[in-house]
Ligand binder design. Structure first.
Ligand code: ZN
Ligand code: ZN
Length: 361
């Protein structure tokens, strides 16, 4: 898989353009996997403009030698000074770390262990990695698509399962069991199933609440395939809907579709959010859409770029982002509709195929 090799090359190019540091220490499993293609819960990746060394412990060293790409592999010793020795061998004098991934105690320990090599905990290095990861390759898209396909099959299945008398927890477990039994390596996050009045809590936890006739049921969930996540939300009605439920559903759907039509490279992330927010506000529900419009998805469920009123930056070709407006009426009901899309040269491709017209089960 040549694309992984490119990811390390891209980081090395970024390092070569820095004045403040000439090396990087990667401690997070996600970024290590992203850069080398090798999944392991432990280990360190040392990167300079020219070289990369993956330190793996005895549990992983053999697999690392076979699978890690674009880097040399080294067996971990018990001593952090190994990191100093290897950086010295690479000719590195200042090392950037992932400030958002390292604990303060790890930082202090490493700073001491690699002295006199400097350790820099600047957020700017996290931004470099986040920007690299926000642009997905075809291989990454294929994994996200595979994960989404499983989630959609689970949706078809669950529509035949939901009925008055079932609890939220039963529905959540059924979704999770279905995905894990049909190829998901893991769940993207703890499945959200909320019904009736609980639907007004965007991230409510499924419990023994019994689903009743007339409830809206909101399900937000996803699968992981090849280290990549999917994310979708659908709200369905159980047996009947009243006119306000219909109005709210239609408003969310209009907002959601308007965003899909507008997404393209160069669109400011805050402008994408505003499209949905304006439609919901014009319909009189502005006070009931409290969260941001969406987020990037990939090796983690929340990645760059963010689509929110406060977001900086603009969309780029290869971004995978969600479009998930919602309206939440406290104590009554809620609606959220979420698709996951890829930004293409002229617009976007919806990676979510599930229907969005209101389903009344
Ligand atoms: Zn979601
Ligand atoms: Zn989401």
């Amino acid at each position: 898989m040549g694309t992984v090799f490119m990811m390390l090359k891209n980081l090395q190019k970024a390092i070569s353009e820095q004045r403040d540091f000439d090396g990087a220490l990667i401690v997070s499993p996600e970024n290590r996997r992203y850069l080398t293609g090798f999944p392991a819960s432990d280990g360190y990746l040392l990167v300079s403009a020219e070289r990369a060394m993956l330190i793996a412990d005895s549990r992983y060293i053999e697999a690392a030698q076979n699978e890690a790409q674009g880097c040399e592999t080294v067996l971990m010793t018990q001593d952090r000074t190994q990191v100093r020795e290897l950086f010295a061998e690479m000719g590195v004098t200042s090392v950037a770390v992932e400030a958002s991934r390292m604990t303060l105690s790890e930082y202090a320990n490493f700073a001491k262990a690699i002295d006199p090599i400097r350790l820099l905990g600047e957020a700017s290095f996290d931004k470099i990695l986040a920007d690299l990861r926000s642009v997905k390759t075809d291989d990454e898209i294929a994994r996200i698509r595979a994960a989404q396909t499983i989630a959609e099959q689970a949706f078809d299945h669950i529509c035949g399962f939901i009925a008055p008398g079932k609890t939220e927890r039963e529905v959540a477990l059924e979704l999770e069991y279905y995905m894990l039994a049909h190829g998901a390596q893991a769940l993207s996050f703890e499945t959200i199933v909320v019904s009736g009045a609980k639907g007004s809590m965007p991230h409510g936890v499924p419990d023994d609440k019994v689903i009743e006739r007339g409830d809206f049921v909101t399900m937000d969930y996803g699968a992981v395939v090849g280290g990549y996540h999917s994310d979708m939300t659908r709200t369905v009605a159980v047996e009947s809907v009243n006119s306000e439920q219909k109005t709210v559903y239609d408003t969310v759907l209009r907002a959601q579709n308007a965003v899909l039509e507008a997404l393209r490279p160069g669109l400011p992330c805050s402008a994408a959010d505003k499209i949905a927010r304006d439609i919901i506000a014009d319909a009189g529900y502005g006070a009931y859409f409290g969260h941001g419009l969406g987020h990037g998805v990939g090796m983690e469920i929340h990645e760059f770029p963010n689509l929110s009123p406060r977001a900086n930056g603009a969309l780029a070709v290869g971004n995978v982002v969600t479009d998930e407006p919602g309206i939440y009426l406290p104590g009554r009901f809620g609606v959220r509709i979420e698709d996951m899309v890829r930004i293409t040269p002229h617009g976007c491709e919806n990676l979510t195929q599930c229907p969005k017209t209101l389903i009344i089960l």
